[in-house]
Design a protein around this ligand. Structure first.
Ligand code: GRF
Length: 190
């Protein structure tokens, strides 16, 4: 089977990346993770190194300004000619160059039920608001902050004793299979 190339962008521990890599080991998988790019020396890069997948760090501080970083990030991604770009815990907003190059083919996973609680602290904000149900969303990335088309969601109940950490762990447990399902769906449809 001809697998479609996927580039994954991360900033953190890479549990979502690990789930994508585990799924890609299946014979029936319609995609290959061809590169993992981070904006910092993210712990999650280890998952890619262990799988002998090329990694690259494109950090904002190594560039004169945001526009130069946007261009460098876009060039790094484009070098792999991906069918799909997956932001899996990538903690930076992507700029116009990446959107122009891959518009409609960039997806993001967010740890809340959008349009509620967008931004960098989706778990903390849901907890602080006192909602009883939150979850995760996989969306198409557009120029806004977590405003793109919602592709899939899973709900997670909030328990009275939850902390940001315990809640985020339960969200991650459902976020990983949801992201895998969406990436498989988007790379299987031709
Ligand atoms: C995920 O919950 C993602 O939605 C959020 O940060 C977390 C990243 O986790 N933005 P990991 O790096 O994939 O483990």
């Amino acid at each position: 089977m001809n697998r479609l190339p996927v580039v994954v962008l991360i900033s953190g521990t890479g549990s979502n990346l690990a789930a994508l890599l585990a799924s890609a080991r299946g014979e029936d998988c319609p995609y290959d993770v061809v590169a993992v790019i981070a904006d910092r020396d993210a712990a999650g890069l280890e998952h890619a190194r262990a799988a002998a997948i090329p990694t690259q760090i494109v950090s904002l501080s190594a560039h004169p300004d945001r526009a130069a970083w946007d261009q460098a990030l876009t060039a790094a991604v484009a070098a792999y000619n991906p069918h799909l770009v997956v932001l899996a815990g990538f903690m930076k907003l992507v700029g116009p160059p990446l959107l122009d190059a891959f518009g409609g083919r960039i997806i993001n996973t967010h740890p809340a039920l959008l349009p509620s609680f967008p931004g960098a602290h989706g778990v903390r904000d849901a907890l602080a608001h006192g909602v009883k149900v939150t979850g995760c969303s996989v969306i198409e990335v557009d120029a806004g902050v977590d405003t793109g088309k919602i592709l899939a969601q899973t709900a997670v109940e909030i328990l009275d004793e939850d902390t940001e950490e315990t809640l985020h762990e339960r969200i991650k447990a459902v976020e990983q299979p949801l992201l895998v399902e969406v990436v498989r769906r988007l790379t299987a449809a031709r």
